[in-house]
Design a binder for this molecule. Sequence first.
Ligand SMILES: Cc1cc2nc3c(=O)[nH]c(=O)nc-3n(C[C@H](O)[C@H](O)[C@H](O)COP(=O)(O)OP(=O)(O)OC[C@H]3O[C@@H](n4cnc5c(N)ncnc54)[C@H](O)[C@@H]3O)c2cc1C
Length: 401
Amino acid sequence: MDLSYNADNEALREGALDFAKRVVEPGLRERDENQSPDESIYRAMGKEGYLGVCLPEQYGGLGMDYHSLAIVSEAFEYVDTSARVIISVHNGLHSLALLQWGTEAQKQKYLTPMATGDKIGTFCLTEPAAGSDVVGLEAFAEKKGDRYVLNGEKIWISLSTVADQYLVMAYTDRAKQKARDPHGISAFIVERKWKGVEPYVLKGKLGVRAGVTGGVAFRNVEIPAENLVGHEDEGFKIAMSALDNGRYTVAAGCVGLMRACLDASVKYCGERTTEGKPIGRHQLVQQMLAYMVQSIDASDLLVRKCGWLKNQGKRCTREVSMAKWTATVASQQCADHAIEIHGAYGFSNEFPVERFWRNSRGAVIYEGSKEIHQLVQAGYALGLRQDHPLRCELPGWPYKG
Ligand SMILES: Cc1cc2nc3c(=O)[nH]c(=O)nc-3n(C[C@H](O)[C@H](O)[C@H](O)COP(=O)(O)OP(=O)(O)OC[C@H]3O[C@@H](n4cnc5c(N)ncnc54)[C@H](O)[C@@H]3O)c2cc1C
């Protein structure tokens, strides 16, 4: 297993970091404070190719490998989590699901404009009464001739009001819904402009305040049958395989957030003195820096391992879950240490570490809370859980069509 990044990957990292500092960082503190996202950032990310970084060139992407997806996630989250969230939901959860499961017509119509950023996509799984409990979905799409009629509500949806298209999971079989059977769930591409689609924004969030998070109500929304992704009743598998990609971007993003915590802390350690010496000379402060370095290295290796497996075209549900769980918990702890090192100044938005801390909290919850990942890992260890081949696997890299 070769976990090194190649020259193209490293050039991408440099370019993405530079972009994030030039485009995302200016005005960030105000946007975070006022919860006022800047939509022009998504468009600029699209123009640079970041929204199609690991999609095949034939669908408008840059044609880079899966490591590149981790690299842009890490680079964006080094500056701000809300920028990385775009990569997670647009690239990880929506685009790659279409690449894996979509028909050629769906790829032409919906994937290609996403690769260039002409259209923005997101992922609609969570509902007011069903988050971790996916089989508890209440949304239902009833087949009527050549259409489905969708009713239900999704909540905690990133980019809810700005996405042009949603990948929506809903039951299509009443008996299976009643029996909480995941085989009754189907996946659909739904366009925001359609009648009965009512997106809204949630305010008062702890973190990701420079990004949009909200919900979408679907009231008698008519979906053409050709917008069913995969087969009817494959929606649960589609959602879970999408999460294999989304979680990968979340884990990689956390590496960026931890690097930002470390860099801010090392800088402050050289500036602040107590008892006549820089605080970085105190062993208990060094202990916190050491934990950050350890967490970055361990999480980075887990992320690289997933990238390598994805490039090989190998399923890595267990490895991605491990990376996501490890990196999110570690990043929360790193951000906490960063605040500790900054003392009272860490408690103020004069320094970015309080934002890092608030943003780190959400990642422990979304795309599978840490408890869910613990259950997943224990399930594999006990032999209660095995991965079976999927009808459609995520293609490896280089893409062979
Ligand atoms: C900022 C943000 C952005 C998000 N973006 C999206 C998005 O774009 N699309 C989308 O679909 N969703 C999104 N989500 C929703 C997110 O995925 C859910 O919040 C998450 O899955 C947890 O669901 P829940 O909030 O309903 O918590 P619950 O499932 O109600 O869990 C509550 C608590 O109980 C624990 N728990 C639940 N079940 C078990 C169990 N079986 N065993 C042990 N403990 C358990 C959980 O770990 C948690 O601690 C987002 C959330 C946030 C905060």
